[in-house]
Design a protein around this ligand. Structure first.
Ligand code: ADP
Length: 527
């Protein structure tokens, strides 16, 4: 159980960590893109302001008076913006470059003046490739040669190298000779915002993970506890002696409760089948023990009697009877064992029931005469079924001999064979002792007899009426079912019984559910 709990917890932790990772990455990318857009808008606004300031200076000129936007004060430096425009542009806080139509930088803001000349040149030369609608990035380094400038950027805490987001805005023709303006802003804040976000996520994530894992571990343990409890209860029950016990079930109706109910049902079936097996073994041993005891007594009696005396002969004859009886029992047990195993020689061929029933009737007449009974067969209709003639004969004879055995002298036993549309019914009705309603559900159980004491031969006493083993009806019912039919009984105590075998007529036979196709395999006859 510990392993399921651990597995659940680790799976949960891995899923949570993965989710957090995806969530963090999405947040990180989103945050970066949002800051980038802000910087872009900011740089564009700067460029716009620079152009408007330039336009403002131009509009200030009196009508007809030409206003210069640039002038050459230093022939080495080349043209620069006029002082008025310079003063206005100096108010802008960010990186601004004003470039004339010749590609000459005529103004560089304070930020721009802190850059190395290489960096400035790189930006200027890349500017023509920059379309007015796009933004570009420029890696820059700040001036380290001029100590004054160096002190200036160091004092402001700016790094030596940086990356600028730059935009270009073209000046219209009224602003000639100004060509375009480049405005830029450091992308540092964007990176800083992302780094700060990552930092806070990293600070919180372990805590969230740990708390979640602890909660998951606790929940998994809580969920699996009933399972563990069920396992230990099951262990106690299935030790072989406690099958009467059942699992304790919560009335929650959840999966555990349903599993418990299923297991309880299974334990119930196990208990029934174990009980049946135990009873069967006990009954079989008991049934064998009685004739063995009788046999032993008889053999001892024969040995102690004078050689060839009539007493010795009687003892030996009784011993032989017991041996025959034991052989019958073993034969019945073997038949049932083969049925259970699905290994029996049941032939399937088209057979006429009429001659079989007539034959059984003739046997019944002989037996009935000896028992002082009237045997009748008012109906005998022709019927053909698919099956095993020997087994069906055994089935009919079982019912008839039972009827004769359990009907006192003077009674009647009636046999009928009624052919219906799809089925044929063989009925044996007697006016015998009958079966109590409470006993009816058990009469097909193995070794079941209504009155054991009457059926059993008591040691040392001669009981003329020899009871069976209580296996005949179990075998009969099995034969009926193996033919896709049924064996039913209706009986009232002291009023008599009616046993009815119903079999499907040929062409109507449906394979019985219990008898798998292998059950019809012809027995190899090895035993
Ligand atoms: P047995 O060999 O003991 O007759 P069966 O399985 O044939 O075994 O029958 C089981 C029990 O059912 C019998 O012991 C008897 O009590 C009862 N029984 C069977 N047939 C009849 C019947 N025709 N009338 C009354 N009781 C019957």
């Amino acid at each position: 159980m510990a392993s399921i709990r651990a597995r659940l917890t680790t799976t949960y932790a891995a899923a949570l960590a993965g989710t957090m990772l995806v969530f963090g990455a999405t947040l990180w990318i989103g945050r970066g893109a949002s800051v980038q857009r802000q910087l872009e808008r900011y740089a564009s606004a700067q460029a716009e302001v620079a152009l408007r300031l330039t336009g403002f200076v131009r509009r200030k000129a009196k009508p007809g008076e030409p206003v210069q936007l640039t002038e050459v004060r230093d022939t080495v430096v080349g043209p620069t913006v006029v002082p008025e425009l310079y003063t206005l542009l100096e108010a802008l806080p960010e990186f601004i470059l004003v470039v004339d139509a010749n590609g000459q930088i005529v103004y560089g803001s304070r930020e721009a003046r802190l850059l190395s000349s290489d960096a400035l040149d790189a930006i200027r030369s890349s500017a023509p490739r920059l379309s007015p609608s796009t933004v570009g990035h420029a890696d820059i380094d700040r001036d380290t040669l001029d100590p004054r400038r160096r002190r200036a950027w160091e004092a402001r805490g700016l790094p030596r190298t940086d990356q600028l987001l730059i935009v270009r805005r073209n000046a219209d023709t009224t602003l000639a000779p100004i060509g375009y303006v480049i405005a830029g802003t450091s992308v540092g804040p964007s990176h800083r915002a992302q780094t700060e976000l990552l930092g806070s996520m990293l600070a919180v994530a372990p805590f969230v993970l740990l708390v979640s894992i602890a909660v998951a571990y606790y929940l998994a343990g809580n969920t699996l506890r009933p399972l563990e409890q069920m396992r230990s209860e099951l262990e106690a029950i299935t030790d072989g002696r406690s099958l009467h016990r059942r699992l304790h079930l919560e009335s929650t109706g959840d999966e555990m409760a349903r599993l418990g109910a299923t297991l309880n049902a299974m334990i119930g079936r196990l208990e029934t089948s174990f009980g049946g097996l135990r009873r069967f073994t006990a009954d079989a041993s008991h049934e064998l023990k009685t004739p063995l005891t009788v046999l032993r007594a008889n053999v001892e009696r024969a040995m102690s009697s004078p050689q060839g005396s009539s007493e010795q002969l009687v003892a030996l004859e009784e011993a032989l009877q017991e041996i025959t009886r034991m052989a019958d029992l073993v034969d019945s047990l073997l038949t049932l064992a083969r049925f259970d195993e699905g290994r029996f020689d049941l032939h399937r061929e088209s057979i006429e029931l009429e001659p079989i029933v007539r034959d059984v009737y003739e046997t019944a007449v002989i037996l009935g005469e000896a028992a002082g009974l009237e045997i009748a067969m008012p109906v005998l209709e022709p019927a053909t079924v698919l099956g095993d003639a020997a087994r069906l004969r055994q089935l009919f004879l079982n019912l008839v001999t039972n009827a004769i055995k359990y009907t006192p002298t003077g009674g009647t036993v009636e046999l009928r064979l009624d052919a219906g549309e799809d089925t044929v019914a063989f009925t044996v009705r007697d006016t015998g002792i009958g079966i109590a309603a409470a006993d009816l559900p058990y009469i097909f159980d193995r070794f079941w007899r209504a009155d054991r004491a009457r059926s059993r031969r008591v040691l040392g006493e001669h009981v003329s009426e020899r009871g069976g083993f209580g296996l005949g009806l179990a075998i009969s019912q099995w034969i009926a079912q193996a033919h896709g039919g049924t064996l039913t009984v209706a009986s009232r105590l002291t009023r008599g019984s009616t046993f009815t075998v119903t079999l499907p007529l040929i062409g109507e036979q449906v394979l019985p559910v219990q008898a798998a196709p292998a059950a019809y395999a012809v027995h190899d006859g090895a035993d």
